[in-house]
Design a protein around this ligand. Structure first.
Ligand code: FES
Ligand code: FES
Length: 152
């Protein structure tokens, strides 16, 4: 059993220690906003925050996260994600939507670290988040819009 914080709640999970966090979240805790894409840390669909930083939950054995603070798309409520969600809606970013929770988690971490990112900052931070619908141009525009909103 592993005890960790998920979205501000202390939980003790029964999954085996080598179970990837992704499956603990989805199967044991029923937090299905975090998606499975590749399972090998190559697509970013499964991105959550661990102790405030983006982490690929598909390759994070839960047994190594004892005492950690995990935040998922369901629990993130800081000013970065609020500005991003508004920008995402204003610019109609999602297409099929599958990759978008991972995109938003990575973008929120970027804005927490760099409140006014350049195109290069955005491209570097988002490079590991794949979108099969190729919404990259709108994602970049929406991150700039969210940054402007936060600045104002
Ligand atoms: S499912 Fe984790 S990076 Fe693709
Ligand atoms: S919106 Fe379809 S995979 Fe990104």
């Amino acid at each position: 059993m592993t005890t960790l914080s998920v979205n501000g709640n202390t939980v003790t999970v029964k999954s085996e220690p080598d179970t990837p966090l992704l499956w603990v979240l989805r199967d044991e805790l029923k937090l299905t906003g975090t998606k499975y894409g590749c399972g090998v840390a190559q697509c970013g669909a499964c991105t959550v925050h661990l102790d405030g930083l983006p982490r690929r939950s598909c390759v994070a054995p839960v047994g190594q996260l004892e005492g950690g603070e995990v935040t998922t798309i369901e629990g993130l409520s800081n000013r970065q994600i609020k500005a991003l969600q508004e920008a995402w809606a204003a610019l109609d970013v999602p297409q099929c939507g599958y990759c978008q929770s991972g995109q938003l988690m990575t973008a929120a971490a970027l804005l927490a670290e760099i409140p006014k990112p350049t195109d290069a900052d955005i491209d570097a931070a988002m490079a590991g988040n794949v979108c099969r619908c190729a919404t990259y141009v709108r994602i970049r525009a929406a991150i700039h819009l969210a940054a402007d909103t936060m600045e104002g």
